[in-house]
Write a protein that binds this ligand. Sequence first.
Ligand SMILES: Cc1cc2nc3c(=O)[nH]c(=O)nc-3n(C[C@H](O)[C@H](O)[C@H](O)COP(=O)(O)OP(=O)(O)OC[C@H]3O[C@@H](n4cnc5c(N)ncnc54)[C@H](O)[C@@H]3O)c2cc1C
Length: 279
Amino acid sequence: MKAFEHYAPDSVEELLELLKSKPNAKLIAGGTDLLLQMKEGTAQPETVVSLKNVEELGGFSVSKNGYRLGTGMTLRRITRSNELTQNFPGLIYAAGVVASEQIRSLATLGGNICNASPSADMVPPLIALDAVVQLVSSQSQRELPLSEFFKGPGESVLKSGEILHSIFLPQPSGSMIYSKHAPRKYMDLAVVGVAVRLAKKHGKINEARVALGAVGPVPFRAEKTEALLAGQTLTTELMREAGEMAAGECVPIDDIRGSAWYRKRMVKVHVRRNLEALR
Ligand SMILES: Cc1cc2nc3c(=O)[nH]c(=O)nc-3n(C[C@H](O)[C@H](O)[C@H](O)COP(=O)(O)OP(=O)(O)OC[C@H]3O[C@@H](n4cnc5c(N)ncnc54)[C@H](O)[C@@H]3O)c2cc1C
């Protein structure tokens, strides 16, 4: 690993000023992605800025509009929150299937998102929950739906000097389920990640979200499938059709974890199963 400068500011203001003066600096949160990349030589930052001491990024708060999650929250902390478990059980499940307890003690929500891996487990459930991300630099602040954050594998809309500060979740509406398909039960990346959220009114679906991971260059909403479900009663036939439609919306690749054919097949199965469970 190449030698690098290391800074650990205590506040967001100090952090943003530092990033302004060192535009090529790399942020480090838990380091469970970045340190591997630095060891492999795929990332060779000259300056590394740690988020660890920035308390403001570490917790979450609740208001009448919803929840603000700080990006520095570790996945372990997320799984240990009674408040989040009560309101977002599908999201807590997703956090609990990332890696192992040791990794989850370091790995942060922000790191899982900003690493921009198509298979990141926290992303499909957050997209299905209509998460909005807040990006902040020393000069600006902007908010956008998480579904618009990703540009490609390892690439996001984050600009130099900008950090992912918070994730906003509206008050929960309906129920959301995340399921992960991976060859190994533990310590494995998703071959397919499927989050489905349904809100119903008078027995019909009035809001449907289907968010898919590891089956395209970025995690995405299967919008045709959502449109198919909206306004309908959840029948066995509709669940089957939704599974097929979602598989048709994927653009997976063949790789060591699974072929494109297999991934599509697993999307079909998981979308149908998640809908069944929600019914
Ligand atoms: C053995 C092992 C198993 C794993 N298994 C899984 C798994 O099952 N599922 C899964 O989804 N992931 C898995 N991972 C990946 C990893 O643990 C997660 O992606 C983790 O959440 C990354 O968080 P971090 O805090 O460690 O990020 P870091 O490594 O610190 O950072 C990752 C990237 O995000 C950037 N970044 C971090 N925070 C911010 C911010 N606030 N604003 C802007 N940029 C930021 C960094 O600059 C870096 O580019 C695994 C990793 C290992 C080593």
